[in-house]
Write a protein that binds this ligand. Structure first.
Ligand code: FCB
Length: 477
């Protein structure tokens, strides 16, 4: 983008009085290592579960892999320049575990760490606060071969790895997120199998979820000592779960899905206990024998911030006897013990992922975390939408994506007005990228990526977001 101060492509901002965010609000954009870096076999990096999964026939759309992705590994400086032109105050990226610690054990790989040191240095030189996520789903394959997240030892391995990163970057990185979306790692990776490593076993998914949180807690304890000045947190993906009607069956279906999707993680991390109703719902799946004395105290080690990723709402209904629901986005069920709950579509506008657009759900979600769980500062660490983009005369006018951001930023502002200590917002995503099982067929970026030529085109939403950042706000409704 040559001139970030260029007025936005759409006129909305100028027709309405401004809606201002609190001073210092952290405006950011997010990515993840496997989705953008490429250079899968360079610099000493070994395979992660996503390399293995994407190279297995039938696992990703059209067999797409992250081998090259956005080639960000080789285009780091150009991409940081684009961020600076957008005026980003912060950039949320993830560190690739097998790049930094090949094979998931032993000493750090200096060449891998060097990449992130250069990234952090360039961000800081451009006045952009680095926001580092330690785990965005790329478990070293060797650790999966040893049992993966269902195995307890993986939690300890994660804490060791976190210290290697802390040693290299602790002096320059203030914001540290342990895990991105442990629900997806556990329930899509080991439950439905639509994500790496592609296993389908409800008990394994529950164990994975526990060990992810244990790894989180151990890493927080390690980082607290290694980087005392750091702001430590975790990012969870949350959904409001609404019953399709107020019938007792629908209400109970919503309770069950809320327990698995939200409270499975929020309660142990922020309250130090699994919810009783969740344990009862899962009784046929697991006896929770994998939970050892002291685990929940570790998992609930105090944090400094909480990250919330928000995309949509779940609307659910009671099972219909004899019917196995098969919603469009799951293979095996990712809801162990509640497989027969029906997911209802309401006929409201959806994104290219078929996810319903529901900005009020963001207000509900943020208020819930604050009002029911914690006074800690909250950050929206991901929010965004996939739409089909078209390049016309070298421009991408992504009005739908822009409207999605606009609506969700208004929701963020509403949450702040309602008393939520929301301190920042990260758009997902900076760049179009490898959208996991969907490969390159879904575009979430504010910046368009031509994967053949590896060129970038800031879309209308990027120009608009630059203006939002410059004004520290939006037009009022
Ligand atoms: C989230 C993931 C992120 C991206 C978005 C669309 O679940 O954290 O990597 O895939 O969804």
């Amino acid at each position: 983008m040559s001139n970030p101060a260029t007025p936005p492509a759409v006129g909305v901002l100028d027709e309405r009085p401004p809606l201002t965010f609190p001073p210092g609000f952290l405006w950011g954009a997010a990515t993840a290592a496997y989705q953008i870096e490429g250079a899968a076999n360079e610099g000493g990096r070994t395979a992660s579960i996503w390399d293995t999964f994407s190279h297995t026939e039938g696992r990703t759309v059209a067999g797409h892999t992250g081998d090259v992705a956005c080639d960000h590994y080789h285009r780091l400086s150009d991409d940081v320049r684009l961020m600076a032109e957008l005026g980003l105050k912060s950039y949320r990226f993830s560190v690739s575990w097998p790049r930094v610690q090949p094979g998931g054990s032993g000493p750090a790989n200096a060449e891998g760490l060097d990449f992130y040191q250069r990234l952090v240095d360039e961000l800081l030189a451009n006045g952009i606060e680095p926001w580092l996520t330690l785990y965005h789903w790329d478990l070293p394959q060797e650790l999966e071969d040893a049992g993966g997240w269902p195995a307890r030892d993986t939690a300890a391995r994660f804490a060791d790895y976190s210290l290697l990163v802390a040693d290299a970057l602790g002096d320059r990185v203030k914001y540290w997120t342990t895990l991105n979306e442990p629900w997806c790692s556990a329930f899509l990776g080991y439950g439905s199998g639509v994500h790496a490593p592609g296993r389908s076993d409800g008990a394994d998914a529950v164990r994975a979820g526990h060990h992810l949180m244990l790894g989180h807690g151990l890493a927080v304890q390690a980082l607290r000592t290694a980087v005392p000045q750091a702001q430590l947190g975790v990012t969870v993906n949350l959904y409001p779960v609404t019953p399709a009607s107020d019938s007792p069956g629908d209400v109970d279906a919503a309770r069950r899905i809320d327990a698995l999707a939200n409270r499975f993680f929020l309660d142990p991390i922020l309250r130090g206990a699994y919810p009783d109703d969740l344990v009862a719902d899962l009784a046929k799946v697991t006896d929770f024998g994998h939970v050892h004395d002291g685990d929940l105290a570790t998992i609930s080690t105090p944090l400094d911030v909480v990250g919330v990723n928000y995309y949509s709402r779940h609307v659910v209904a009671a099972p219909v006897s004899g019917e196995q629901p098969e919603p469009y986005w799951r293979a095996q069920s990712c809801w162990p013990g509640s497989e027969d709950v029906r997911f209802v579509t309401r006929g409201v506008p959806v994104t290219d992922m078929d996810w319903e657009i529901d900005a009020p759900g963001l207000v509900e979600t943020l208020r819930r975390v604050h009002e029911e769980y914690t006074d800690l500062p909250l950050y929206v660490t991901e929010n965004g939408s996939a739409f089909v983009d078209e390049v016309v005369d070298g421009r991408v006018d992504d009005v739908d994506r822009l409207a999605y951001f606009d609506a969700h930023l208004r929701a963020s502002h509403e949450a702040i007005s309602a008393g939520v200590p929301l301190r920042g917002y990260f758009a997902w995503s900076l760049l179009d990228n490898f959208e996991w099982a969907w490969g390159y067929t879904k575009r979430f970026g504010m910046i368009y990526v031509d994967y053949d030529k590896q060129t970038r085109i800031p879309k209308s939403s990027a120009r608009w977001y630059a203006e939002v950042i410059r004004r520290n706000g939006l037009a009022a409704q």
